[in-house]
Design a protein around this ligand. Structure first.
Ligand code: FES
Length: 109
């Protein structure tokens, strides 16, 4: 049966910014960009390590791409697709969620 797990309020994520979360074993990052929200596992597709060095900082200096702090790899915010760096062509794994009453709810099994 599907469960909905409250993660945060959308107000916890600044517009044009990102935040990292840990829910049990799951590490994830959430980005709010141009009013749209995306969530991915905080795991680089090529080494399986977290993307950030500084807590909650997952975006490049322009704020328009997700960036791996370890290698500078760049990922498209909307799709999670890596377009530059050692994992080019691969994708961040999307975390299913839904938004209800301004709350971000993870969709579990
Ligand atoms: S760990 Fe894979 S691009 Fe940095």
């Amino acid at each position: 049966m599907t469960s909905l797990i409250p993660l945060c309020s959308l107000d916890d994520i600044p517009e044009g910014g990102s935040r990292g979360f840990q829910h049990g074993e799951l590490k994830l990052l959430v980005v709010k960009h141009k009013g749209k929200v995306v969530a991915y596992r905080n795991t680089c597709p090529h080494l399986g390590i977290p993307l950030e060095w500084v807590e909650h900082q997952f975006l490049d200096s322009s704020g328009t791409m997700i960036q791996c702090a370890n290698h500078g790899a760049l990922f498209v915010i909307d799709s999670g697709k890596c377009v530059a760096g050692p994992c080019a062509g691969r994708k961040l794994e999307a975390v299913p969620f839904r938004i209800d009453a301004n709350q971000l709810l993870l969709i579990g099994d």
